[in-house]
Design a protein around this ligand. Structure first.
Ligand SMILES: NC(=O)c1ccc[n+]([C@@H]2O[C@H](COP(=O)([O-])OP(=O)(O)OC[C@H]3O[C@@H](n4cnc5c(N)ncnc54)[C@H](OP(=O)(O)O)[C@@H]3O)[C@@H](O)[C@H]2O)c1
Length: 83
């Protein structure tokens, strides 16, 4: 499975839309802070899981089964960026 983070943001959304033109939706997963914001992707067959860079435990679940992970960087400053 190909995992993309930040899929509810500008760059991540563009990447996922391009991926959907190339590979089956069932091979794509997104790791997002708010799964509700990715409801459109879930309807298209993309696996949507909650993942927050400041909560490492959530990423283990969001990245489960990943062949590759494309990490779209987020503007996080302070201690949260180091966890
Ligand atoms: N836009 C472009 O064309 C472009 C081109 C080249 C490079 N970039 C780079 O790509 C990165 C993202 O840019 P963007 O324009 O897509 O920004 P954006 O629209 O603000 O998207 C940022 C994404 O990061 C997510 N995010 C923020 N904090 C997070 C956290 N703690 N854990 C997990 N996800 C978190 C946001 O989630 P929410 O949706 O929940 O807020 C959002 O999906 C930046 O580093 C930018 O410099 C962008």
């Amino acid at each position: 499975m190909l995992i993309v983070t930040g899929a509810t943001g500008r760059l991540g959304a563009l990447i996922v839309n391009r991926l959907l033109e190339r590979v089956p939706a069932g091979r794509i997963g997104v790791s997002v802070r708010d799964v509700g914001k990715a409801a459109d992707l879930a309807e298209r067959g993309v696996r949507v899981r909650a993942g927050d860079f400041t909560e490492p435990g959530s990423l283990k679940h969001a990245f489960e089964g990943a062949e590759r992970v494309l990490v779209v960087s987020a503007a996080i400053r302070g201690g949260g960026a180091l966890t």
